[in-house]
Write a protein that binds this ligand. Sequence first.
Ligand SMILES: Cc1cc2nc3c(=O)[nH]c(=O)nc-3n(C[C@H](O)[C@H](O)[C@H](O)COP(=O)(O)OP(=O)(O)OC[C@H]3O[C@@H](n4cnc5c(N)ncnc54)[C@H](O)[C@@H]3O)c2cc1C
Length: 537
Amino acid sequence: MGNDVEFLLIGSGIGGLTFALQVADYGSVAVVTKKSHEESNTNYAQGGIAAVVSDKDSFQSHIEDTLQAGAGLCRRKVVEEVVRRGPECIRQLRDWGVQFSERSSEAPTLSLGREGGHSHDRIVHASDLTGAEVERALLEKARSHPNIQLLPHYLAVDLAISKPTIRKNSAGERRCVGAFILNTESGEVKLVSAKVTLLATGGCGHVYLHTTNPEIATGDGIAMAYRAGAVVANLEFMQFHPTALYTPEARSFLISEAVRGFGAVLRTRSGKRFMAKYHPAKELAPRDIVARAIDSELKQSGEPYVLLDLTALQADAVRQRFPYIHKRCLEYHLDITREPIPVVPAAHYMCGGVRTDLHGQTSIPGLYATGEVACTGLHGANRLASNSLLEALVFSKNAAHSAVEELKAPPLASSMFPLWQKAGSPNHEEWVLISHDRHEIQRLMWDYVGIVRSNDRLQRANRHIRLIASEIEEFYRQSVVAEGIVELRNLAQVAQLIIRSALRRKESRGLHFDTDYPERDDRRWRRDTVLRQVKKS
Ligand SMILES: Cc1cc2nc3c(=O)[nH]c(=O)nc-3n(C[C@H](O)[C@H](O)[C@H](O)COP(=O)(O)OP(=O)(O)OC[C@H]3O[C@@H](n4cnc5c(N)ncnc54)[C@H](O)[C@@H]3O)c2cc1C
């Protein structure tokens, strides 16, 4: 990898790759990613992409559904922009080679699924493997572009921010000039300088014990941006997916919302349907309501799971619509056409993140963010299902447009580049400490900062996390930089930010439910929770 590029992109999911394909004709692009290319949340998305592509649907309806889910915190302008750009994004993906499911081979119109909170069928999908199909096509396209370098096993440790006094022609502006990147195979860290740096690092599900996210989702982008002094917002709004497969030993695996859209019903372990008690839309109620309903049923019964039942549906249709879920469940000796699926809620999607404007620009010049790491104002206090892939597409395109303009500025002076100053020695106890602390954070967040919160539990979590985080920071300072400790430090940072945000919001809204403040209070709290670390110049 060269040390110097026009565009440095951190992350190779839908956010990073869409941006790469839009800017590659204008300059050199390095896409660093900490594992293999395709390992990303994108690759695991099942349900699909929400877009108004049917005559029976309307932009207005998609806009209203998004605003309704967002519980008063969506930015209307952003919602309108994203929804109206949906059809264009689907066309672009098809042009790039994404094969979506069609209704039948005789009638090649897109097959549209329905998910909770949507009042029309509008989920464009590739059976239940939409994310993998999108990732495949984008990677193939990116590989064929001569200006795009795809760099697996390179981990961004921290952003490189210029000192305010060094920059000529601008009054003390701090600017992102690239990032410090660790080659996880050789252990070497170097500064990769860039005129534009994009954070497309995805989510942070692994801050919780149970999550649907793959292991890459450790909140690195949020933590790096916060340390660099960027504004982060709305981190109390973690979406818990209501239905992840329950197995005592295995990592959670998502059972898509589309399964409920297809007609599956929720039952207690003793076979009773219960959603009618919680919402008139029953199983198709918004996710937060379904997750809280399941949480409440589990707390009342003391059972470890509830059941998601598809057995009344036609077996062939189930196998055809959900081949991946059917196959994965068979690996656990569960035939979903004959037996109900044991499910529990799990951390799924972070609605907050690094705050951006409509062009994906963060509060630090030179630094952009798109995809799950960003807080654009689309989701507000709760994401409408399948709006996130769409958001990543629209914002990556917008951000690319602005980023290309940045190339017109004068070249970065070498005096702007900060030095990598971290030393440290190998620590052979590292793995024990890392896995212990990681588990402690995940357990703490699950028990005290989960689906239902209270003042007392949040205060307790705050005290504990401060202690854990300061020990981890000390450990980070002393040891050589390596993937495990970098991720642990980021998890601790993000956990702290989630707790601080949750403590600030003295009401219940969307995904944040606090038993001490059970009502929504629009008069005082209809606003974002904004955090920023003040940097000394
Ligand atoms: C199981 C599951 C199902 C989902 N289903 C849907 C759905 O049906 N519809 C929908 O709209 N959304 C869905 N989502 C959400 C959606 O998939 C994600 O929000 C979206 O894919 C995020 O894309 P992204 O590009 O922002 O991040 P990701 O796709 O997660 O990519 C992040 C990238 O950043 C890299 N990275 C992270 N940290 C670093 C670092 N420090 N250094 C270098 N690289 C780094 C990772 O390796 C990865 O390449 C689902 C999510 C999950 C987990």
